[in-house]
Design a protein around this ligand. Structure first.
Ligand code: S3P
Length: 738
């Protein structure tokens, strides 16, 4: 192929051919775009509308002068047109097409092009409209749409590149796919829905009272059947060209409809809810499905920056969202229980939603969340089904580690994947003890995700001395222990959050506890119930510290979980001299809860007692900010786990606080922080870590200048309404989304 394309010839000036011609002209892909169409009126319209530079009246001559010939004719006509043009191709010229089936076109091209097959680079733009004809040509039709190129083994990389470049110039994203795969995918995503739309309208139109039906058919019918106005001839051709793949999809669809029919006939609300909730979340999150992961993405991919001005305050009464750890566990245990579990106060953050979606993908019917309410139709300990693809859990370490224990005991294979940050986090801490129980798990290098878990492995109970204080590891092994032969027990080097133990007992599953040793045995079951999730003390922490460092502040945080394994932050702040009171202490669903009032009082530096570290493990980013405002020196030690959280939290806080002018030094397992009167301003990086982002936001309360915090999108993983609540209490933060 010559490096520069002088002339493109488009054969067939319909909607697709016309739009491509127009786009190539508008974006100056080449000096000349020539069109050819059997319909002379269309061709003339093409010239007068400025869609093409020139109309080809003599086809052989036009072919001979072109560097790229695009077949934009109906699928059925491709063969005839190819035979017509092949003898006239100039040396080095390329042919491509826009057909929505590929296998049959390539089969037809093979004998015609014979030794010249390398010149044919098949393509398919996934764009269109129910309109047809050159008058509908739209130079932006392909912008932000996908074009699939299905290279042949005979094609050179350079020629594939030339055709790809032509499509990229129109604003399209070019993807490559194998030919058979293309036909299968298109049968499902395009051919089946078009055929169904035609069939539905035809079926209804044949009814005697069809005028009545159409008169009252409102939005739903209109939306569902828009594509039934497409070109019938084209669709007949596609129906013939992609027969086998379409038949497969019709059969799958018929199976689905017949299941739904049975559910309707039997008034089976659970099955209907299952189908509708799965479809709803899938429909809302197409993009994740396109990247062929089972999890319907709720992860924010936008680039989010927080801009915070100094001079804010922290006053008022607020309720922060539900506890993340308890929310995860409510879905997991609710799914494994017998009966229906109703959850209120569920955290609608991306992490806990990832767990929720994982269980939907494993066949559990879950309604909601609607304003924190979730209804889980438990399937029992042995009722999970194999998910359709890898379970994508985004940023959530808790989802991956707890699920790995549960999945190691299932009869089916699974794969757990996550985002870039999670993919760097250690999973050997769960994979190793699970292997001792008999699990078969593959991880990527150095024990990183993805985790590939083999099903059908009988597990046996073990005793495990945990080398680190981790509630995730403990909970993972307890979940595996529900299925393992005999007893599974774990000793923790220091107490860690015990939400799994409490909730298992709440579901009627016996858990034995002796000091730092926790034991479960298989052979029992869980019975569904109600779960009231308290507010997350880890989210409340940002406002507790905000009030503790900002003169004049007085804040009350309602309904916060104060489980003794989570109150390190309260103990540490009180040791530092914070004015912090617990009000209205009560117990809700097996978890202690209180309102927490914090008023400003000067803080002093302390050596944080190491036994408090696991009890405040997620609170250190905010506590570093408190320490930086305290009088004197604060030393944090025994906190090496902070280095393997969503980011290396020691490094992230040291780097950011230094930018704000703080005298701080990181150590292997903590930091030495010298307090100061006020921070400077500047741009700090959160490293996509939600808690780092929120910690630097509250730092503004003691800053003299503005602070910009980069990469804040993941705040949505644990605290989706953080900015709104921060504004409500008087913090001068704004969110910029790019
Ligand atoms: C969690 C345990 C902790 C914590 C995480 C949630 C849990 O992790 O940091 O945010 O829900 O079990 P580790 O077990 O790694 O300490």
């Amino acid at each position: 192929m010559t490096d520069t394309v002088q002339q493109v010839l488009i054969l067939g000036l319909g909607l697709i051919g016309g739009s491509l011609a127009k786009a190539l002209r508008q974006r100056n892909f080449c000096p000349r775009v020539v069109g050819y169409d059997r319909n002379v009126a269309e061709l003339e319209a093409g010239v007068s509308l400025g869609v093409i530079d020139e109309a080809a009246l003599d086809l052989p001559a036009a072919v001979t002068n072109s560097d790229i010939v695009v077949l934009a004719v109906p699928v059925k006509a491709m063969e005839t047109v190819l035979a017509q043009i092949t003898p006239h191709l100039k040396p080095g010229a390329l042919i491509t097409d826009v057909g929505s089936t590929k296998g049959n076109i390539i089969a037809a091209a093979r004998p015609i092009l014979a030794g010249q097959l390398h010149r044919f680079v098949p393509g398919h733009p996934i764009a269109g409209s129910e309109k047809s004809g050159v008058a509908a040509a739209d130079g932006d039709l392909f912008r932000h749409h996908k074009v699939i190129v299905t290279p042949l083994v005979e094609n050179s990389a350079a020629d594939v590149q030339t055709i790809s470049r032509m499509w990229q110039i129109t604003g399209a994203e070019v993807l490559q796919m194998e030919i058979d795969r293309h036909d299968e995918v298109l049968a499902a995503t395009s051919h089946l829905p078009h055929l169904l739309a035609f069939s539905l309208v035809d079926t209804l139109a044949r009814e005697e009272d069809s005028t009545e039906i159409f008169r009252y058919a409102a939005g739903g019918f209109r939306d569902f059947t828009r594509i039934a106005a497409s070109d019938p001839v084209m669709w007949r051709d596609i129906g013939q060209a992609n027969r086998d793949a379409i038949l497969k999809q019709i059969d799958r669809f018929s199976e689905g409809v017949s299941k739904l029919r049975t559910a309707v006939a039997q008034g089976d609300g659970e099955t209907m809810t299952g189908i509708f909730t799965r479809a709803q979340s899938a429909r809302q999150h197409f993009s994740r499905i396109l990247s062929s992961t089972a999890y319907a993405n709720t992860m924010t991919t936008n680039d989010v920056t927080f801009h915070v001005q100094p001079g804010g305050s922290a006053n008022g009464t607020i309720r922060v969202p539900g506890d993340k750890s308890i929310s995860h566990r409510s879905i997991m245990l609710g799914a494994l229980a017998d009966g229906i579990t109703e959850v209120s106060g569920f955290l609608e953050g991306e992490d806990s939603l990832a767990t929720l979606q994982a269980f939907r993908d494993m066949g559990v019917v879950i309604e909601g969340p609607y304003e924190g309410e979730v209804k889980i139709y438990g399937v029992g300990l042995n009722g999970l089904q194999q998910p359709p693809g890898p379970l994508y859990v985004g940023n959530s370490g808790t989802s991956m580690r707890l699920l790995s224990g549960l999945l190691a005991a299932q009869s089916f294979d699974t794969e757990l994947t996550g985002d870039a940050s999670l993919t760097k986090r250690p999973m050997a801490r769960v994979a190793d003890p699970l292997r001792l129980m008999g699990a078969v798990i593959e991880t990527a290098e150095n024990g990183r995700p993805p985790m590939k878990i083999k099903g059908g492995q009988p597990l046996k109970g073990i005793h495990y001395d945990m080398p680190m204080a981790s509630a995730q590891v403990k909970s993972c092994l307890m979940l595996a222990g529900l299925y393992a032969e005999g007893e599974t027990s774990v000793t923790e080097p220091a107490p860690t959050r015990d939400h799994s133990e409490r909730m298992l007992r709440g579901f009627g599953y016996p858990v034995a506890q002796q000091g730092n040793l926790v034991t479960v045995e298989s052979g029992h079951s869980l019975s569904a119930g109600k779960i009231d999730v308290p507010s997350d003390i880890s989210s409340a922490t940002f406002f507790m510290v905000a009030a503790a460092i900002c003169p004049g502040s007085d804040i009350t945080l309602q309904h916060v979980g104060i489980n003794p394994t989570r109150i390190g932050v309260i103990n540490i702040l009180q040791l530092m001299g914070a004015d912090l009171e617990l009000l209205n202490e009560r117990e809700v669903g097996g978890e202690p809860v209180a309102d927490i009032r914090v008023r400003y009082a000067p803080l002093k530096g302390i050596h944080v007692p190491e036994d408090q570290v696991p009890l405040a493990i997620d609170e250190f980013p905010a506590l570093f900010v408190a320490a930086a405002c305290a009088q004197g020196q604060t030393v944090v030690s025994g906190a090496e786990e902070l280095r393997v959280k969503e980011s290396d939290r020691i490094q992230a806080m040291v780097d950011g606080l230094k930018i704000l002018g703080v005298d701080i030094e990181g150590t292997a397992d903590g930091a030495i922080i010298n307090g100061c009167e006020a921070f400077g301003g500047g741009v700090v990086e959160s490293h996509d870590d939600h808690r780092i982002a929120m910690a630097f936001t509250i730092a503004s309360l003691r800053a003299r200048e503005a602070i910009t915090v980069n990469e804040c999108a993941n705040v949505a993983t644990s605290f989706p309404v953080f900015v709104e609540l921060a504004q409500q209490v008087g913090i001068k933060v704004t969110k910029e989304e790019k």
